[in-house]
Write a new protein. Structure first.
Length: 311
């Protein structure tokens, strides 16, 4: 029996995937290919627009560019592999690649949780202190906030990830379409109680606290908006916060349902569906949500494509 990170008994993992039926897998291949292309194209376009258009060189779009980068990276950690495995009856992944996938996915998920809290603070300053917005949300502060969230997420990932004491002694069939940390931990033949407590503590710092901060922030925003008298101010506040609130509701809803609950001994099919949602569907939806009713993004796209900007 070998310890986590030193396992020579287990050299690869077998991924069960979403279906054993070849026809179903063919349909899933088309579905996830479309999702992946939309996600990469949508987030890539937003990144391009923010980089090349000076009108979008603001704190809000700086953080949005971080979100787009995270979404492209996150969906790329699993979906291309899923597409390849759709043509395999017994898909496998080497031990090292499995750990790399788990580490990268966890890191990006934690960064996104912290980023959504930072974006909520940006919206709070924009609505509650509009005259001081540029002074408060300076370029240096934005860079510092971005650096803090990336470094914090990295430390919260690497320290517990490489200090976990997990014994892998034979079973290597993972009931998932990728190397999900919780799914792999189900294979441990040692006591994982300490590891589960560690994951709950990390979840509190990276899920519960940021989510509570977002709720408090939007509570303050709500009190400020209630004092607005004109419909124009209401519409501006709604357009400023609507997209972010939608993303927060979808992302935190699925993540909290997945991690802040008692863990069963086996990884269920329902949990795999939830994992598909936050691992593939949400990265596809984010650029659509942020650009569908965003006039600044539409204007930047028109300028890039040489079309006349609608007033």
């Amino acid at each position: 029996m070998e310890k986590w990170g030193n396992a020579t008994t287990v050299t690869e993992f077998v991924l069960v995937g979403l279906s054993k039926n070849s026809k179903v897998r063919a349909g899933l291949f088309v579905l996830f290919l479309v999702i992946y292309l939309i996600a990469v194209a949508g987030n890539g376009l937003i990144l391009l627009l923010i980089i090349v258009d000076s009108h979008l060189h603001t704190p809000m779009y700086f953080f949005l560019s971080n979100l787009s980068f995270i979404d492209i990276s996150y969906i790329t950690t699993s979906v291309p592999q899923m597409l390849l495995h759709c043509f395999m009856d017994r898909p496998t992944i080497p031990l090292g690649s499995c750990f790399a996938q788990m580490f990268t996915s966890l890191l990006l998920a934690l960064v996104e949780c912290l980023l959504l809290a930072v974006m909520a603070y940006d919206r709070f300053v924009a609505i509650c202190y509009p005259l001081r917005y540029n002074l408060i949300m300076s370029r240096n502060l934005c860079i510092q906030l971005a650096a803090c969230m990336w470094i914090s997420a990295f430390l919260l990932t690497i320290i517990p990830f490489f200090t976990m004491q997990v014994t892998l002694c034979g079973p290597n069939v993972v009931n998932h379409f990728k190397c999900e940390l919780q799914a792999v931990l189900k294979l441990a033949c040692s006591d994982t109680h300490t590891n589960e407590i560690t994951m709950i503590i990390i979840s509190v710092f990276t899920l519960a606290f940021p989510f509570f901060f977002i709720l408090v922030t939007y509570g303050r925003i709500g009190f400020t908006v209630l004092r607005f008298h004109s419909a124009q101010d209401w519409n501006k506040a709604l357009s400023t916060c609507g997209s972010h609130l939608t993303v927060v509701s979808i992302y935190y809803g699925t993540i909290l349902a997945m991690y802040l609950r008692p863990q069963a001994k086996t990884f269920s099919d329902r949990e795999k569906v939830v994992a598909v949602f936050y691992g593939a569907v949400i990265p596809m939806l984010n650029p659509i949500i942020y650009s569908l009713r965003n006039r600044e993004v539409k204007g930047a796209f028109c300028r890039l494509s040489g079309k006349k900007v609608e007033e």
